[in-house]
Write a protein that binds this ligand. Sequence first.
Ligand code: ATP
Length: 431
Amino acid sequence: MDRIVNLAKRRGFVFPSSEIYGGFRSTWDYGPLGVLLKRNVKEAWWRAMVQNRDDVVGLDAAILMAPKVWEASGHVATFTDPLVDCKNCKERFREDQLPASGACPNCGAKDSFTDARNFNLMFKTYVGPVEDDASVAFLRPETAQGIFVNFASVQTTSRKKPPFGIAQIGKAFRNEITPGNFTFRTRVFEQMELEYFVPPDEGQRWFEYWCEERMRWYLDHGIPSDMLKLRQHDPDELSHYSTGTADIEFLYPWGWGELEGIANRTDFDLTKHGEFSGKDLSYFDQENNRRYVPHVIEPSAGADRGTLAFLLAAYSEEEVRGEKRVLLRLDPRLAPIKVAVLPLSKHEKLSPVARDVAGALRPVFQIDYDEAGAIGRRYRRHDEIGTPYCVTVDFDSLDDKAVTVRERDSMAQERVSIDQLVSYLGDRLPR
Ligand code: ATP
């Protein structure tokens, strides 16, 4: 883990937020490479969940919503963690995360905890100029509710019939008591959620379908099967409205932890919003002449946890000719930089040719142009950030109008003519 945190900071993937002020309570900022990696994760999700399907449409709802939404969803009443204080050192902990020994994890005092109190995880704010009870609003703790409240508008405007889904990517906010493990648990994070609406009698079938589909997506994008597992919740872990929940778990350096949750939420959400809003959120199935409230299957993934998992799974070290080579074996679709253009040296004859090559590639691929330092060091820098291909312009290029293309994992090199380069790389860099 330390190696990933260190690499992330040193190479510009992830920085502590507000670092010049000493950081701010487990918040993180994505730097130039991190923003590319995370965008690629989100784009890969969107491609699989929306673009490549004819039964899912997208949505981008506002972060602030009517406070009634959170009453209907149950968040005001039950989105809480039980908290205890240590009477000795005054530190605060989640009761469900205390060690079995009963000793305070901070000061070691025995039996020093207060009774548990429920603490709501939603961030409160005020909308408008007056800070009173009537102007209280919440930052959304999940993107899902934006989908439920737009169900009827999206269904009628898109003319979709169940089974169909609505997908959304966006920020969510939770006042977590114990954030930590780098970007695994933070107070500001991004979710990628699908709410898939189905006829009531098809819930179980679609729940199983989405469990399989989502496992396949992680495997297909480079998470090895021995670092991934699907864990079905025990009946006593289920929310009161859910008839089935499974977590996709990843083997983090500290052990197995949640990457994505998949839940059969039944008709709970649409029924509740129907009751609280007074609007009819049922669906009339003309073919079978029946009216029903659709059931919902929800695969809910974290973009930050996903990005972290892809980084952890890709990190490797190997020995090449007696030297350590650090390598991110990222799937090329996720790699922040696809192609590095490297003139062999900073020579006045090579730079213009290399810049022309870079200019031809730039509209097609995310590239990096780098001419400073020894070529071996530049290769290593790009191995370390997962760049799948390095293109080297050398003195032969001036005559044969060709470049050397080096592949990251095998380090195999191939001579490719400059006018074939875009199609050569295009064949090897799938979208
Ligand atoms: P956990 O049990 O780890 O707190 P959760 O069960 O509360 O997670 P969900 O409400 O199911 O999480 O949210 C769906 C997904 O959103 C999670 O699988 C995770 O990827 C992401 N997520 C939730 N909370 C956080 C957080 N505080 N920081 C980063 N990602 C989060």
